[in-house]
Design a protein around this ligand. Structure first.
Ligand code: NAD
Length: 504
């Protein structure tokens, strides 16, 4: 079981990456990273103190003039080298991510790591394609153009569910646009963010362009958000913490980008291919043990197909193999921690009073008992306003509810405070088109649920936040637009001066 990835040895120098090298935190307090599959501690490190955040911000600030002054081609070349190095180190990244998160190796090898490499390649190219309005004589007497400029030092905070991908989503558009960054990963999962920063340095990115501080949200996180030398906060995490982050960022008038929680609806109309919908629901609900902000969590099925959908989905769920993330043949690993597992179990246990647990609803027994495992769970017959339908559970739990007309299906899909992602299942192009138009979410899939691509934006509506990750749209977050205006007349007394000098 031990040495699935030699974390302690690899990060003996510490879990803070500041100005191009690893160092210890100075808070005097340690944190132990636990392998959720075994419950064993695999890496103990000293947490960042506010002084470590200050050092990281100072390093990012010092790196900003040269990095923002580099040509797009220079930044692009550095990112291309980084993408190549990540590809060389792919297996190492996959093992570290599987260890700290409990993700099956097939998921980290086929999704987290290739996705990150692809993102890096994408932003290597996109760095040379920052767009803007063209220069022109919009007033007859002036030439106007816009400069798209980086913002400065970006302070980013990331969650534990996809640590590597979230680090990449935060870092890449920021630095491709010429900013420098201080990233705070979740304290439970620092390994792959540190490896990413180290790989960037090894690929030749200048010291201080990417810094990683590993500390708690309350101490390191809040200090980073409130820091006067940080020009922008980009946060991915829960809506509750996002609200706190927004309050602190607002006090220093920072630009803010919030990627928050989700409770994605999965709407199955009566003409849908039910086999496809059942497969899509199980895969969409269980990926990453359901700890995915876009996971399918609420399936609304038109009443005539409801029983059949419940039956098929439950049967398919029972075929998913829960097991050790490093064992061949494992489909689903543990949750991130025992605390999270117990939180998920609490939601399900409370739901027994008002809904039907069709399958799952408990931790597996036997050898898996030591890990933070929870069986794939399907819940039927819950009321729309119940906790299990309204709250983000972040576990392998899917709730299924019936609906009658199309109006009702869409209304129910929109009836939570969240709006991150959704899917519609139908073979009718008009129904699909209506659903994509009327469902309030940052992404609506038709006849699929989960796929993402580097070229397309990811981000929320409603209380799922604002701003976009990935794609050229992310540059709207990480750049500011300056209007530059040149006088073309070369006369002292310009026509518009009449408003000040009177009629002469
Ligand atoms: P979380 O909100 O508890 O923590 C996220 C990060 O914020 C962590 O690094 C944490 O240390 C830090 N933090 C905590 N308190 C803080 C504070 N007071 N000030 C500053 N930082 C603080 O979320 P989590 O449990 O790590 O992750 C799960 C959540 O993330 C879910 O709600 C999920 O939907 C969301 N998420 C959203 C997206 C998206 O793209 N919208 C992507 C992934 C995860």
């Amino acid at each position: 079981m031990h040495n699935r990835f030699p974390a302690q040895e690899r990060f003996a120098a510490g879990a803070q990456f500041i100005a191009g090298r690893l160092r210890q935190g100075t808070s005097g307090r340690t944190h132990a990273v636990v392998d959720p599959a075994t419950g064993q501690e695999v890496f103990t490190y000293e947490l960042a103190a506010p002084a470590d955040v200050d050092a990281a911000v100072a390093a990012a600030r010092a790196a900003f003039p040269a990095w923002s002054g580099a040509t797009p081609a220079e930044r692009s070349e550095a990112l291309h080298r980084l993408a190549a190095l990540l590809a060389e180190r792919a297996e190492d990244f996959a093992r570290a991510e599987s260890l700290q998160c409990g993700k099956p190796l097939k998921l980290t090898r086929e999704f987290d790591v290739p996705g990150t490499i692809d993102n890096t390649s994408f932003f290597a190219g996109a760095a040379r394609h920052l767009q803007g309005q063209s220069a022109g004589e919009y007033s007859g007497d002036h030439t106007s153009y816009v400069r798209r400029e980086p913002i400065g030092v970006v302070g980013s905070i990331a969650p534990w569910n996809y640590p590597l991908q979230m680090a990449a989503w935060k870092i890449l558009p920021a630095i491709a646009a010429g900013n420098t960054i201080v990233l705070k990963p979740a304290e439970l999962t620092p390994l792959t963010s540190l490896m990413f920063a180290q790989a960037a340095t090894d690929a030749g990115l200048p010291d201080g362009v990417i810094n990683v501080v590993t500390g708690t949200g309350k101490e390191a996180g809040e200090h980073l958000v409130g820091h006067p030398d940080v020009a922008m906060t980009s946060f991915t995490g829960s809506t509750a913490v996002g609200k706190r982050v927004a309050e602190i960022a607002t006090a220093t008038v920072k630009r803010l980008h919030l990627e928050l929680g989700g409770k994605a609806p999965f709407v199955v109309f009566d003409d849908a291919d039910l086999d496809a919908a059942a497969h899509g629901a199980v895969a969409g609900a269980l990926i990453n043990s359901g700890q995915d902000c876009t996971a399918a969590t609420r399936a609304y099925v038109q009443r005539s197909r409801y029983d059949e959908f419940v039956e098929r989905t439950a049967a398919l769920m029972a075929t998913v193999r829960v097991g050790d993330p490093f064992a061949a043949g494992t489909d689903l690993g543990p949750l991130i921690s025992h605390v999270q597992r117990d939180r998920v179990a609490g939601f399900v246990d409370r739901a027994r009073a008002y809904a039907r647990v069709v399958t799952g609803g408990e931790a597996p027994r036997g050898t898996l008992k030591v890990g933070a495992y929870y069986l794939p769970t399907l819940i039927a017959d819950a009321a729309q306003d119940s906790e299990i339908v309204q709250s983000e559970i972040f576990g392998p739990v899917l709730v299924v509810l019936p609906f009658d007309g199309d109006d009702e299906g869409i209304a129910l899909a929109n009836d939570t405070p969240y709006g991150l992602a959704a899917s519609a299942w139908t073979r009718d192009v008009f129904r699909a088109n209506r659903a994509t138009r009327e469902i309030q979410a940052g992404c609506v899939w038709v006849n699929d649920h989960i796929p993402i691509i580097s070229e397309m934006p990811h981000g929320g509506y409603k209380q799922s936040g604002f701003g976009k990750d990935m794609s050229p749209y992310s540059f709207e977050e990480y750049t500011q637009i300056k209007h530059v205006m040149f006088d073309n007349t070369a006369v002292a007394e310009k026509d518009w001066h009449r408003t000040v000098f009177g009629d002469r």
